[in-house]
Design a protein. Structure first.
Length: 142
């Protein structure tokens, strides 16, 4: 099962996890249905924290997304409950990183072909600063 589908299923069974996601829009991938649906589901659960799984699914009733959500909610769990939250956030982190990489590649490609706007330059600098590995103190072994 793709990680995005696993994250959707986890969120359906544990909608309160959406409250722990800071900003879902930064990993939205316009080309990927599952990512779009995950962002929409997170945002719906954040705006209405008391919604049950069935109420979330009902928002997409009669649509392809609704059928997918219903099928995911009914699917048997093969994930150990203790690792659900960690797996969910690992997927969110991975989606965010992939979206940053795509945005960075797109801006770099554009910069080779034409002048970037000031907004695009700012975005490029922000993306480049995020991609710089953080300096971590090394252990002296003492």
């Amino acid at each position: 099962e793709p990680p995005t589908l696993a994250a959707l299923r986890t969120l359906l069974h544990h909608p309160l996890l959406a409250g722990k996601v800071e900003d879902a829009s930064h990993f939205a991938d316009e080309e990927h249905l599952y990512s779009q649906l995950l962002v929409a589901l997170i945002e719906a659960a954040q705006k209405n924290p008391g919604l049950s799984s069935m109420q979330l699914i009902a928002r997409w009733h009669g649509t392809e997304q609704g059928r997918l959500l219903r099928a995911l909610a009914e699917k048997e769990w093969l994930i150990v409950a203790d690792s659900l939250e960690q797996q969910f956030f690992d997927t969110i982190t991975s989606l965010s990183a992939r979206q940053r990489e795509r945005s960075l590649e797109q801006l770099l490609r554009k910069s080779r072909q034409s002048e970037l706007t000031s907004e695009e330059k700012s975005q490029l600098l922000a993306l480049l600063s995020r991609n710089v590995p953080a300096q971590t103190p090394t252990s002296s072994g003492a």
